[in-house]
Design a protein around this ligand. Structure first.
Ligand code: PMP
Length: 321
């Protein structure tokens, strides 16, 4: 059952992936056989932490490559700690469950993996202590999350990024994605592709679900981890590639809004978004208004690496089959 947002009618919608294998409650189960109670704490109060991981299908190699799974599960342990939660498994165990889940589903396409640690107690009362937790992982075939070829048009959101003093952005907490949703819908319904969000003190923080890099005066600049960003796995990978392959310096420093209008190239990056060139901000062209040369090169290197085609970056991925 659900409510159709256009007609406002109550409708019965079938599960999108009823027979997909999921990891739930310490075992593998079919998506449709898992039930969560209406009173589940996390559903009401946003008391859950999660991850988004990708696996890339390589047609020529007939192989699925799981990308940076350990880095994501390490971050999940840190997110959990912020929320007074504990993951019941080590990073190594979680990576192994994920590989097993992908194998069981016999995926032969790009895949998105979503682990979630949530407060499962079915009771009323906002708090973090003395509550039960549940954990699951599901995985689904997944293409591009935002446009990655022609470049995207962004707006600087009127919504600010959640500050560390109120809701730590460095922890991937489900509740804080209400802020990201406000920003994303404002942008898309206003005719843009994506939102860029400022911190409460007015510096550029990140996209609604992406980190940001700009090229200016021969260096790639990205906001520091103290400007209310999620400490992105892709951000770390790109910092290395920019230094090692483009031979350009990477500078972590605060970015002013108007630097978005005056830089030479701009990109958003993330597991979902991958590398998305930004060609316009607030109706002003970025650089020459086309996909930047260095951004294009970064994309080429990134996609070679994540699909398991670059021996040098073999340690980014785990072959699933
Ligand atoms: N910022 C936010 C708010 C995000 O949701 C994401 C996606 N997880 C990112 C940045 C990019 O992080 P990552 O590269 O680890 O996916």
């Amino acid at each position: 059952m659900g409510v159709d947002t256009k007609s406002n009618a109550v409708v019965r919608k079938p599960a999108a992936h009823p027979n997909t294998w999921v990891f739930f409650g310490g075992d593998f189960a079919r998506y449709n056989d898992v039930k969560l109670g209406l009173m589940t704490h996390a559903l009401h109060y946003g008391t859950a932490v999660f991850e988004g991981i990708r696996a890339y299908w390589n047609e020529k190699k007939n192989q699925l490559f799981l990308l940076e799974a350990a880095a994501h599960y390490d971050r999940m342990h840190r997110s959990a700690n912020v929320m007074r939660m504990r993951l019941p498994y080590s990073t190594e165990e979680l990576v192994n469950f994920t590989v097993e889940l992908l194998r069981r589903n016999e995926f032969k396409s790009d895949v998105y993996v979503r682990p979630l640690l949530y407060t499962s107690s079915e009771e009323i009362g906002v708090r973090l202590h003395n509550l039960d937790r549940g954990f699951f992982i599901y995985a689904i075939p997944f293409g591009n999350y935002v446009e990655i070829e022609g470049g995207i048009r962004c707006m600087v959101s009127s919504w600010r990024r959640v500050p560390d003093q109120a809701l730590p952005a460095r922890a991937k907490i489900t509740g804080s994605y209400a802020q990201a949703a406000l920003a994303k819908s404002e942008a898309v319904e206003g005719g843009f592709d994506e939102a860029i969000v400022l911190s409460v003190d007015g510096h550029v923080s990140e996209g609604s679900a992406e980190n940001l890099f700009m090229l200016k005066d021969g260096a790639f600049i990205t906001p520091p981890v103290t400007d209310d960003i999620l400490e992105g796995v892709t951000r770390t990978l790109l910092m290395k590639v920019i230094k090692d392959e483009l031979n350009l310096p990477v500078v972590e420093r605060s970015i002013d809004r108007t630097e978005l209008y005056t830089c030479e190239e701009l990109l958003l990056c993330g597991t979902g978004a991958q590398i998305s060139p930004v060609i316009e901000v607030d109706r002003r062209p970025v650089g020459n208004g086309k996909v930047g040369e260095f951004t294009q090169e970064l994309q080429n290197i990134y996609f070679g690496a994540v699909r398991g085609d670059t021996p040098k970056y073999k340690d980014w991925t785990i072959p699933v089959y």
